[in-house]
Design a protein around this ligand. Sequence first.
Ligand code: GTP
Length: 597
Amino acid sequence: MDQSRIRNFCIIAHIDHGKSTLADRLIERCGAIRGTAQEQMLDSMDIERERGITIKMAAVRLLYTAKDGETYQLNLIDTPGHVDFTYEVSRALFACEGALLVVDASQGVEAQTIANASMAMNQNLEIIPVINKIDLPHADIARAKEEIENAVAIDATDAIPCSAKSGIGIDDILEAIVARIPAPGGDPNGRLRALIYDSHFDAYQGAVAYVRVKDGRVKKGDRIMMMATGNKFDVDSTGHFGPGLTVNKGLDTGDVGFITAAMKSIGDARVGDTVTNADDPADVALPGYRKALSMVFCGLYPSDGDQYVSLRDAIDKLKLNDASLDFEPETSAALGFGFRCGFLGLLHMEIARERLEREFALDLILTAPSVDYRLTMKNGEEIHIANPADWPDPNDIASVEEPMVTATIMVPQEYVGACMTLCQERRGIYVKTEYPTPQRVILHYVLPLGEILLDFFDKLKSSTRGYASFDYDLSDYALSNLVKVDILLNGDPVDALSFIVHKDFAYNRGRAMVERLRQVVPRQQYEVRVQAAIGAKVIAADTIKPFRKNVIAKCYGGDITRKRKLLEKQKEGKKRMKQIGSIELPQEAFLSVLKVA
Ligand code: GTP
């Protein structure tokens, strides 16, 4: 395809504003898939379909014959909307010249609309505002336009009204893509430079690098080199996304597609790296991406200690596919052998856990998520602690810093008070307020990341009847007065239950934690004393009364199979329980700290 007739674009939006549905309509209209009524074709993982969200970015090549009679190649890259996956959006943008900015006509601009649009503007992309869901009774196109202009600072005069659901406006969008998004630049006769913007691991083909060719050409049989690592490979195949991998003869300047080259792990196709020709390499690599940083850490343990090796293999396999997952082995006195894993956010953590349990048939215990604290010790050493169990003796600590985020909350005027109260309760530092329209307000706060983990989003939603939207970005570390609260069961500290908290909140949260444990820990054969303590000082205590459910009490008489069945059932119920000394703890116990704020 002639470079002048290629258009590379992505779709960006706040979550649930209809990106995937719009992508489906565009695909359908261009006939990339004929006759399938299947919804959300780009969301291919089971979890994506079930949750109705996009996790892994996908791309698709469409052929569109425009009103000018020419056929254009449109490379569409669908992007995830959840804040955890912002880095995926940032990568997608590197592969595009333009972006459709989808705004729900009934909701208006939300926090991630602004965040994603400003990323696209920083990349100098041509942005086409699309106002979706105009079929809804409370759609308000004029208000959406006003908000786009005031909050995103883009001219919305030519915003395209559409309904991805009923198909209104789809042709207008396709025409706008052709007319308004520039064709890719780059030198077709230059030395090969292709940017890896994503990758996945395939059991047969090895790592598959998703690339955008910026200069030159690549085809099967070429010897390529990764410019960051210097590793060389022979190209097995190239292709585009049909959707699905469709092998072709080669990728030219401006193309979006994939390369396979018997790369053994995803580390060989590092996202952000530049692919060049090994025999005639380019002088300068393309600018890389923003590196995805782990923000949330937790321990992952098999509930059955025998599954440790299987868990290790499963995490290894998951990592092949998910370059943003970090992990290292750790040992807990309470839980035995497991792993400390780093995630982009809580949703990423949930998804990883679900995939490990489903795809690898594991039964896991997760410990409470923590952030990465920076400690300066009295001997001058600086250490990072992401596991409360590793917290050093307070007498040795000179100062503690915690990660902070800059948060943007977009909310109707009447809920501003509730949002401010919540932010203050979470040690937020007020920055400023903006008023994009008379009804809506944007609040800017700096908040400790650790406080956001504690149910912040749910609390924000419930205190604003679901109207607030929220986005955040890691900013910097700030000094803080933090202490470790230990939880003791019958006098023994359980390392996996300890947590780090601001000194002013230690008493309240310690008490709430004890109360919560009393509720979630089932009665045992013995009385269980639950205590929260800072060092040797107990700050809260309660007891769980003993109780034993004799499930076979009802089965007097001889039916041994029935007894066995009941005992089996009881055993099933004990899954996801972890024996700590003589006490059995359910999974909820380990996540109790999330509910104590
Ligand atoms: P993520 O992938 O999770 O970021 O969400 P998304 O932005 O891709 O949204 P998605 O396409 O999954 O749509 C969210 C919901 O809005 C779904 O229930 C869609 O059926 C619905 N929806 C999308 N477009 C329209 C539309 O034009 N009209 C109406 N009424 N509903 C729509």
